[in-house]
Design a binder for this molecule. Sequence first.
Ligand code: PHE
Length: 459
Amino acid sequence: MLSNQTNDGGKRTSLHGHWSSRMAFILAVTGSAVGLGNIWKFPYIAGQNGGGAFVLVYLLCVVLIGMPVMMSEILIGRRGRRNPVATMQLLGKEEGSTGAWKWVGVIGVLAGILILSYYSVVAGWVLTYVVKSVTGTFTGQSAEVVSAVFNQFTGSWKSVVAAHTIFMALTVFVVARGVERGLEQAVRFMVPALLLLMLALLGYAISTGHFMEGVAFMFTPDWGKLGWNSVLAALGQAFFTLSIGMGAVMAYGAYLPEETSITGASAAVVVADTSIAILAGLVIFPLVFANNLSPAEGPGLVFHTLPLAFGQMSGGVLFSTVFFVLLSFAAWTSALGLVEPAVAWLVEHFHKTRAQAAVIIGTLIWFIGLGSALSFNVLGDVRFLNGTIFDNVDYVTSNVMLPVGGLLIVVFAGWIMCRNSTAEELGSAGTLYRIWRVLARYLAPIGILMVLGKAVGLF
Ligand code: PHE
């Protein structure tokens, strides 16, 4: 994926090499974007926030805020060509501001570490469900049994910690060996395969006879139900699912060849990511209504609905296994994006090898992740602010750190960087550029500030 040939006509080049092609970059960013956020998190957050109005606000956030933030992140990354901390510091000075912008990179590194700490726990559940699928655990089972299987599994701290450990080990292994080339191939196959499987599941969801109930739940807005907290959840979900606001896309942008169109690449990623999330919702909500489950079930939602459906369809063991294998891959490629800022920083700033950096960061994340792993069993009664440790890490990262990081990134690209710099990166100063600039300077920052302010009751 990363070739060491740098052909930048005398411009800055990245220490870590460059993507071999435009497609390689799009695949890596798509691999980072498409993950548990689309299939596990989107349906459960949408369900908890009442569907309809939430989904529409989420879509608005993706297009009007997510897209300009993503473009800003990539262009900053490519211009700086370093890890997010060093890039922000360098560009801060170069653009006549201050090196203190490096703190945006530092917040991003921390956000990535915290997100992966609980993301790995859920990815561990997915790995476990591969095994449960193969062994036919769900074949012909009722909703009660499927729920009991989930509760029993997450209730056992040993099982959850073991699965979390395996997932972190897999992540460290790939980052350490730098075998991203293999993963690039995996993404090339995984995203279309996941789409196909979701379409097949959509067929099943339609056959339940409750499809229109699901559609109505997702798209009929009841604005009265939508508080500012739900709007913040929609904004946070937009950032989370697009992998923006914490430097993942910035780190990947650092390896992007000069001639690639940032606007085109961003649009491709946003469309792929959003389609998969919406499809997931269209599959899950009809199943929820067909089986009298609650859409507001929480983090277990997908694990209660999909295995139940697989258990009832013919060829379910095969479908279920393939589905959870694909979802494991999706989580894996996302995990790489989550650690890349931290790893690149350790390599450049502290002169570690990639392998050392991967082990150090991986161990730290594994350790922090224990708090989330134990939130479903021994530490289940430890509750503060938004709930368990798991709930709080999730809330703070998605709803505070990513939006704040995204705000600073978009303000930097829109206000601190001079017009020539951004125009050069985005190619020409045409209509698309002008739209980006209006969104980046006004709409996105004002939107983020307003949602954050309203949600905490500032105004
Ligand atoms: N976007 C990923 C998902 O939807 C999660 C992620 C967030 C990955 C931030 C990298 C950076 O699962």
